[in-house]
Write a new protein. Structure first.
Length: 267
């Protein structure tokens, strides 16, 4: 963690001046979210994200694998502990994390999306384009440019593998190609956690959690016409009300390893 005079920057929080949880940006920062406190309200700077994208694409090209690693998609309610669980999984499974806001920023920019998409070969791009078209046509949804970029960026990340993708509809876009996780907890539990972690009043924490929930539910309903809390969209759902984060992470890890064994037998 940083001190008041520490000049380290946090790629997650867009250089928030008074943050007490700032971490040094790692060389693989594009897919390594270190801060357990990141949320969708974060704003990243275009020039820094662009550099991270460029660095990661170069790294992908250098580390071409015959068989890519697996993918976990993790969706979490605010205050349910999803960020911490993702960090534990990333460490123990030696996977990288793709942060929600970072994916959004890349998908929002045609320039950045193009860099990521070009990390795939032409055959893969064509295949994913067809897959995405079929996906949305089946749901009678006509995606805009943002949603197409979002889908392609996620498929590109998954194609290179060994990643944990946070939020942004990853469970819906990647579906059977990923191990899908949802972390939940009762409203009161989440409000209390947000009060502690963010030093907010009960009213402020309640407002924060409610806004996050509404935004998250609305995003999935708008772009995928689905209910984010429907269990059929996940391979495992964990309620962290009476379970500590380490135990929750261990449960997800065991379920993932079981899923991985079955998945590999069908490849």
């Amino acid at each position: 963690m940083s001190t008041g005079s520490d000049k380290r920057i946090c790629v997650i929080c867009a250089w928030r001046e008074n943050c007490s949880k700032r971490y040094r940006v790692k060389t693989n920062a594009l897919f390594d979210v270190n801060c357990p406190d990141y949320t969708r309200d974060i704003k990243l700077k275009d020039k820094d994200v662009d550099k991270l994208v460029e660095d990661q694409v170069i790294r992908w090209q250098r580390e071409k694998k015959e068989k890519p690693g697996h993918v976990i998609t993790l969706s979490s309610e605010a205050g349910a502990g999803g960020g911490w669980i993702a960090r534990i999984l990333a460490t123990e499974l030696q996977m990288n994390i793709v942060g929600s806001e970072l994916i959004h920023k890349v998908a929002e920019s045609a320039h950045m999306s193009e860099k990521v998409i070009k990390s795939l070969d032409e055959k893969s791009i064509s295949f994913f384009d067809s897959l995405i078209s079929s996906f949305f046509e089946a749901r009678h949804i006509w995606p805009n440019e943002y949603l197409r970029h979002l889908s392609l960026v996620m498929h590109a990340s998954a194609q290179h593998g060994n990643v944990i993708i946070i939020g942004r509809g990853g469970s819906f876009i990647l579906k059977d190609k990923a191990f899908r996780v949802r972390i939940v907890a009762p409203l009161e539990t989440r409000v209390e956690k947000v009060m502690r972690d963010r030093k907010l009043s009960q009213e402020e924490a309640h407002e924060y959690v409610n806004k996050y929930d509404v935004d998250q539910i609305g995003f999935i309903r708008k772009y995928f016409n689905e209910d984010i809390n429907d269990p059929k969209h996940y391979d495992i759902m964990v309620n962290t009300q009476n379970v500590d984060i380490e135990t929750a992470a261990e449960s997800v890890k065991k379920a993932f390893l079981s899923w991985k064994a079955v998945f590999e037998t069908h490849q």
